[in-house]
Design a protein around this ligand. Sequence first.
Ligand code: MG
Length: 270
Amino acid sequence: MSFTVEERGNPNTLSYRLFFKNADGKYVSPFHDIPMYADESQVCHLYPIATKDPLNPIKQDVKKGNLRYVANVFPHKGYIWNYGAIPQTWEDPGHKDEDTDCCGDNDPIDVCEIGTKVCSRGEVIKVKVLGVLAMIDEGETDWKVIAINVEDPEAKDLNNIGDIQRLKPGYLEATVDWFRRYKVPDGKPENHFAFNGKFKDKEFAIETIKSTHGFWKALISQKTNSGGLNCKNTCVSAGDSPFCCSTDEAKAVIEGVSTFLDKWFYYEKE
Ligand SMILES: [Mg+2]
């Protein structure tokens, strides 16, 4: 299983898009077409994807017309893990979670990958799930799965949340602190957590991921209202998804997005 990315637009501008292709060179949606399971481990892809755009390319978050950057809340500098999401999952905004008493945030489930290697944008990796944190962001459930790249040299020693506490002391506390405070520079309140900010173990995390996979299945088969999300895909079988489109249609989506913009402009001088 390997995926490549194709850039459109200019990096660090509103035009930038990163589209995904599978090993056959076919355009795919990283939200819907990349399988959630690779063997018994989960896969994740990195960087926020545009859930409302056709084929869900990666693009930088926009806030009030400007590119959004994550603030450095002392002592944290940028992200303290590789941040991404598990494909084929969805936190259903119409479903109230029993434990958090809040509905989902309308996104695929987020992952913090705690390995040593800094992943590149759009890299698809296999991860081992270790636990989960139940964040409440302005009244919405926003699970944060904690996982490790299966290729990390320490992956064999990390099998549950307690192993992180033992082998990487301080990291879990720093993670809660990061999520509690990262929106404060944007004028937002601190985030809250269910379970008093305690991480749940691997088994709990796997059950949570499974339930979000169930919500995604209902979404992609149009059994749930899509709530503005774009479900266009190329690999979910057409019988299972009315949103499945042809290779040509997918190509037309990518070709409709501007390519690099640094081209010459010509006009006649007076
Ligand atoms: Mg989320």
